[in-house]
Design a protein around this ligand. Structure first.
Ligand code: SF4
Length: 67
């Protein structure tokens, strides 16, 4: 499986805290901005990271495959 890159669009994120609840290995909240950020890039596309992406209410999470 190819490597993926997860990003959180800081402009779009409304700090709802959903993604760190779904996938705490990948996401965490930034204590200063109250927005989510990537804590650790997952090695592969896990169910958790996919669920977090689709659960974000504002579509701030992107998963792209590394070329
Ligand atoms: S689910 Fe989306 S809006 Fe909510 S904290 Fe994560 S990136 Fe931000």
């Amino acid at each position: 499986m190819s490597k993926i890159i997860v990003t959180v669009d800081q402009e779009k994120c409304i700090g709802c805290n959903t993604c760190p609840l779904i996938d705490p290995e990948t996401f965490e909240m930034d204590e200063n901005t109250y927005k989510a950020k990537v804590k650790k890039q997952p090695e592969t596309q896990t169910e958790a990271v996919k669920t977090a992406e689709t659960s974000c209410p504002v579509g701030a999470i992107s998963i792209t495959e590394e070329k």
